[in-house]
Design a protein around this ligand. Sequence first.
Ligand SMILES: [Mg+2]
Length: 182
Amino acid sequence: MLKSFKPTFMLNSLYDLDPDQLKTVGIRNILTDLDNTLLPWNNKLADAKTNAWLQKMRQANIQVIVVSNNSHARVGMALEQLEMPFVARAMKPTVKGIREALTTYQLLPAETVMVGDQLITDVYSGNRAGLRTILVKPLVTSDGWNTSINRFIEQYIFKYLKKHFVGLDWQSSLTPAANQKR
Ligand SMILES: [Mg+2]
């Protein structure tokens, strides 16, 4: 049970992901959460950094697909200028949206990673769908009210994870997040 919340990697930011590192660990596809992972939740405007990162991934043939719990209209609006593929109403923490992305875009779970800023939605659903997962720090520290509740619960889960896994900590590159203590 607890293992379902453990991210494979913990990164300071989605933008630390680099094509060479991803290829080294056999990842060709990125499923990413939208709010506070790809774009700040309260200001969904892509900046130069977002564009440059997406460009880098495109050039390296790494697919980036947004998997968000938001509605089709909201996600579509946020991603309009970026012309990115997405799955809306993903219903994380269930595996529905992730499965939909795998099927629609014909992705192999072994070559796909789920990235997000929340353990109990992004990491949990990614793990349950059989993907490797990356927990990132939220882009802005404030949250919507529903996320604040999740954060409160997450603090407790994180404490348990830290007790059971050695070296679970933020990294700036893809280093596996921790080994099991027992
Ligand atoms: Mg998020």
